[in-house]
Design a protein around this ligand. Structure first.
Ligand code: KG4
Ligand code: ZN
Length: 338
């Protein structure tokens, strides 16, 4: 069989997304963001699952229409099984099962974190596909992991965060500065005009391949509180410098961990994935690492960094080729491991 269309469905957190992949190439990738969470300063699980219920049918219909196919062309339905918010995962899981059952085609369960990593295997003009083994730094709002990928389905977590995820560090810092959720992209934006050395924050003391961001968050909170006490306009007057300094501290930590990983494994093929891989500073620093340290780096296109269904569909496609189908009794799993 040469022509394989796979539908991917992603609903693990606050984005409802559907995508169609044809033999590894993306035909459509529709993402509906949920604005309801902004005013609460974070994702409210109950509201997220309700919004998924509203979005899932139109998003899937749009993805199929944009791909220029009909439902009957599909050969399999891939969905995010976990990790994520249970109520959100259940919407995508139930929908995927019903559709696969109705169309009488296979169901493909996908681990969201593998999706972030394997987004690098989407075939596209200008895409650079990593050779095995490679290292992927997966950085998102929920996870921070250094993963060794030996083949499509063999991944080993070499190190991860012992507390907050790096995206949380960005978002919580932004919240302290009075910026709306999600604050990561805003810190990135303001940092462009600021001095990264304006303020110094100390780095956490953890294992070589481990991360910790909760101490940094507390440091930033005390730093801001102390300065605002002395000058009520401190944040407004120094916003770009504070953002640049926070971002610099975080990116320094990420680069240091990657250096440790290269030293320990000898692997110099380095990929990044997940929402925070959209960050302009980490992208720039990786490009410099190619030049200065001889690494080969793999930086995803923006549309495949934050949560999207194309990354779920590509894993579904790879599993389809491997005859690795899910049983219809499969259930969503909030704490699914890589
Ligand atoms: O992968 P993702 O969409 O969702 C999760 O699976 O968590 O990642 C979302 C995270 C948020 O914390 C957001 O602030 C962060 O990615 N993010 C960024 C940037 N764009 C998104 N953080 C820093 N700089 C950015 N440009
Ligand atoms: Zn994600």
């Amino acid at each position: 069989e040469k022509s394989i269309y796979i539908l991917g469905i992603e609903s693990s957190c606050d984005d409802t997304s559907a995508a169609v992949i044809h033999n590894g190439k993306v035909l459509s990738n529709v993402v509906a963001n949920q604005e309801v969470h902004a005013k609460y300063g974070g994702v409210v699980p109950e509201l997220a699952s309700r919004a998924h219920q509203q979005h899932i049918v139109p998003v899937v219909q749009q993805a199929i229409a944009q791909a220029g196919i009909t439902k009957s062309d599909l050969r399999g339905i891939a969905f995010t099984r976990g990790p994520g918010l249970m109520g959100s995962l259940l919407v995508g899981t139930s929908f995927a099962k019903s559709l696969a059952l109705g169309l009488n085609i296979p169901l493909l369960d996908v681990n969201h974190m593998q999706g972030h990593v394997l987004a690098h295997f989407i075939e596209e003009e200008g895409s650079k596909i990593p050779p095995f083994p490679f290292i992927c730094l997966t950085i998102s709002g929920g996870h921070t992991q250094i993963v060794k990928i030996s083949n499509h389905f063999e991944m080993e977590v070499l190190g991860e965060t012992i507390d907050d995820a790096v995206g949380e560090a960005f978002d919580k810092s932004a919240k302290i500065l009075g910026l709306p959720y999600p604050g990561g992209p805003l810190i990135d934006k303001y940092a462009k005009e600021g001095n990264p050395k304006a303020f110094a924050f100390t780095q956490p003391k953890v294992g070589d391949l481990e991360f910790s961001f909760s101490g940094l968050k507390t440091q930033i909170l005390y730093f801001v509180q102390k300065n605002v006490k002395e000058n009520p306009n401190f944040i407004e007057e120094n916003l770009v410098d504070i953002c640049a300094s926070i971002q610099h501290t975080i990116v320094e930590i990420l680069m240091k961990k990657l250096k440790n990983t290269v030293k320990q494994t000898g692997i110099k093929h380095i990929a990044i994935a997940g929402g925070v891989s959209a960050n302009s500073e980490i992208r720039k620093r990786l490009q410099l690492a190619e030049k200065h340290w001889g690494w080969t780096t793999y930086i995803p296109k923006f549309q495949y960094t934050t949560d999207n269904a194309a990354m779920i569909a590509i894993v579904g496609y790879l599993k389809y080729l491997n005859n690795d189908f899910a049983d219809f009794s499969v259930s969503a799993k909030a704490r699914l491991k890589v």
